[in-house]
Ligand binder design. Structure first.
Ligand code: ZN
Length: 410
């Protein structure tokens, strides 16, 4: 309850006040051909099931290891207790590796379908290379996380959720700041937008919008995908707008302007710091819930010894229960956070329309994005409410229609 209230309150406090456009209700059929709609439904339907299947599968695996560890795993964990910190690191890295391997068949299936649909341009070899790279990064971070968690649990047996909340916030800030420097370059090449028409347009737009944009990069997304996107990332010195090369090369200038204006809207609204603030408000309640949950799970599964409430000090055997609790809690909280994300995205759209005064380009862009990314303009409502980070395409087209009508009325 505490966690739900905290997440709800944070979402309410941080929601954008004003600046939103009420979407005109539109039908997908009016903007997309039956063939386009059918293609997206056919592609996304199974992709979604495979994605959900992957989540369920990794959750079940984690639950199995935490609650009913196979005898071999239990013996390994007990032996790891002799060197608690080293054991925690190995347990963290091992858990993360096991989850990647368990999820691999479904992930490969998803990838093959994306290749067949023409969305992914990556052969299996390079794709596996990417998976291995992310798995390596995941293993290192999980090892560090597990060591930190066990150290805090041993030092503050009753109240480790407090320093853990600080660690969560610190990690979020550090990830946002460092990702553009350390992680992103491992997967893609980023070039500052070269001097030219597009760059001066971005500078002009930013000036008109009163936004310090940081740097604007072009990323070689086309090495993996035909999909189109753009995003803001980084913090402070590393703040940036990133545009996919596919977007710059294949979309009209007016459409690219709409995208850039949307991203500038995020900068103007301080949406990344806003996201961090959300994490900071929610983290203490979240880690408190993680601690309570882990105490229950570890106590039952590990019979006290090596558990969180055992006689001896907790050892690496406690890590799987903490990981499972963390996974459950962050999954639930992310769904609440998505409510805020959708509102923030809606305001960035409204901002883009007001800066560009070009609703036709905006509507064309939203249409083009959905077709290129083979996404459903009007996805199933429940799934969208839980997992949607952006308004649906029909809602976004609706913002454009409302703005267009108001513009004509003026
Ligand atoms: Zn956005």
């Amino acid at each position: 309850m505490v966690a739900v209230v905290a997440a709800g309150t944070a979402t309410l406090i941080l929601r954008p006040r004003g600046g939103l456009i009420e979407p005109t209700a539109v039908q997908a059929q009016a903007y997309f051909s039956p063939a386009e709609l059918e293609r997206a439904e056919e592609f996304r339907g199974l992709q979604r099931l495979l994605g959900l299947g992957g989540i369920v599968l990794s959750g079940a695996t984690l639950a199995l290891i935490a609650l009913r560890p196979p005898r071999k795993a239990r013996r390994l964990l007990e032996r790891a207790g002799e060197h608690p910190m080293r054991g925690a690191a190995v347990t963290g890295a091992g858990l993360s590796a096991v989850l990647v391997v368990v999820g691999l068949p479904l992930a490969l299936w998803r990838h093959e379908r994306a290749v067949d649909a023409g969305l992914s341009t990556q052969a299996v070899g390079p794709w596996l290379g990417d998976v291995a790279k992310s798995a390596g990064i995941g293993a290192v971070l999980s090892a560090l996380g597990a060591v930190l968690a066990l150290a805090l649990i041993r030092r503050f047996p009753r109240s480790w959720w407090m320093p853990a909340a600080g660690a969560v916030v610190g990690f979020a800030v550090l990830t946002l700041y460092l990702s553009p420097l350390l992680i992103d370059p491992l997967f893609n090449k980023f070039e500052p937008l070269p001097q030219g028409k597009l760059r001066s347009e971005v500078v002009e737009l930013a000036g008109r919008a009163g936004v310090d944009v940081g740097e604007v990069f072009r990323v070689d997304a086309s090495r993996r995908t035909t999909g189109v996107n753009a995003y803001v990332g980084g913090l402070g010195h590393t703040k940036r707008v990133v545009l996919y090369d596919n977007l710059i090369d294949d979309f009209s200038e007016r459409q690219v302007r709409s995208v850039v204006a949307h991203e500038l809207g995020h900068v103007k609204g301080s949406d990344l710091p806003r996201g961090l603030l959300w994490v900071a408000i929610v983290a203490p309640a979240g880690t408190l819930l993680v601690q309570r949950l882990a105490e229950r799970l570890a106590g039952r599964a590990l019979g006290g010894a090596g558990g969180l409430e055992g006689e001896g000090r907790p050892g690496p055997a406690a890590i799987p229960a903490v990981a499972l609790s963390l996974a459950l809690v962050s999954f639930g909280l992310t769904c609440v956070g998505n409510v805020l994300s959708r509102q923030v995205e809606a305001r960035a759209d409204a901002f883009a329309l007001r800066v560009t005064h070009d609703p036709d380009a905006f509507i064309d862009l939203e249409r083009g994005l959905a077709v290129r990314n083979i996404s459903q303009p009007d996805p199933p409502a429940l799934l969208h409410k839980l997992f949607g980070t952006h308004p649906t395409t029909v809602e976004r087209i609706g913002y454009g229609e409302t703005f267009s009508r108001e513009q004509r009325g003026r």
